[in-house]
Design a protein around this ligand. Sequence first.
Ligand SMILES: [Zn+2]
Ligand SMILES: [Zn+2]
Length: 327
Amino acid sequence: MNALQLTQPQHPLQLVEVERPQVTPDTIIVKVHTCGVCHTDLHVVDGELPHPTLPLIPGHEVVGTVVEVGAEVNQHRIGERVGVGWLHQADLTCAYCTEGHENLCEAARWTGYTANGGYAEYVRVPAPFAYPIPDVFTDVEAAPLLCAGVVGYRSIKVSDLQHGERLGIYGFGASGHIVIQVARYWGCEVYVFTRSAEHKALAHELGAVWVGSAHDQPPQPLDRAIIFAPAGWIVPLALAHLRKGGTLCINAIHMSDIPAMPYELLWHERTIRTVANATRADALEFLPLAAQIPVQVATQTFDFRQANQVLERVRQSQINGAAVLQF
Ligand SMILES: [Zn+2]
Ligand SMILES: [Zn+2]
C-alpha cells in the first residue's frame, strides 16, 4: 500500500510503498478514506514528542471502511464506516482503565505516534478503539471530529462548563470551531481569543458574542476558559479573565513554559486543569451529539500526497477550520 512515512523527526514525510497490515484476532483492518491533519501531527514530525515508533505512519483522525475483521471481534462488521482517534489502544485492566481513564493508561499506545496511523491506504486498529460514524457526516467532515472534536469535547467536560455559562476559547483552530458549536447548543455565551483575521471571522459566523486577542479584556468575567494554543504565556492572561471559582482548562499535549505569575491570579478558588488525550466514552458520547447539533465542520481538503505542504500550513495557522487528507 501507499503510505506517508516519518523515518527521522524534523525531516519531511516520504511517500513509500509498504506491506499492508495483517489482521490479528482482536483487530480490524480499515481502508482509509480520509485522515485529518491535527496540530499534534506537527509535534510528532518536529520531534517535540519523545520516542515515536519509527518508521512511523502519522495521522490520528481516520475515517474509513472496515475491510477485514479479526476472529475474536464481534463489535464491528465488514463494510461498516468507522473512525479512529489518538487513543490507539489501552490495556483496559489497570487502575486508570477500570475507572474509565484509559486516556491515562501507562500501557496505552497512540495512533500515528507509537502505532501506525492514517496517512496510508490501510490501517490496523484494535477493535474496541474504532467508533461508528453518524451518517449525517461525509468522510471529510467526520475526520476532524475524531481528535479536534473528541478532545475538544473532553475539554468542555473537564472545564466543567454548565448550560448558559460564559466560555472563553483561546486559539480558534480545528478544535475551537467545533467546541463553540457545542457550547452554543448548550446556550452558552462564547468569547473567542485569536490573532488570525480568518479565525476571527469564523468565530463571528459561528455565534461568538465577542472576539478579541488574548491581551484584550473581555467585557464580562468568564466562568470557564479553554486554551487550545500551545502557548504558556496565555495562561496568566486567561486566569485574569476568569471569575472567582472559575476553571481554566488547558488542552495541549505540548506547551511553551508558563511564565511566573502572581498568586492572586489563581486565588479565590480558580482552578487550572489539563486535558490529556481522550477516552472511548468521550468518542461514543461526542459523535452522536455532534450529529444531533449538527456540528458544521469547516474543512480544507487536500490530496494525501500533499501532506508535507499541509503540515506547513497548519504550522503557519493558514488553515481555516480543519485540514483533511483524501485518498
Ligand atoms: Zn489530534
Ligand atoms: Zn490501562
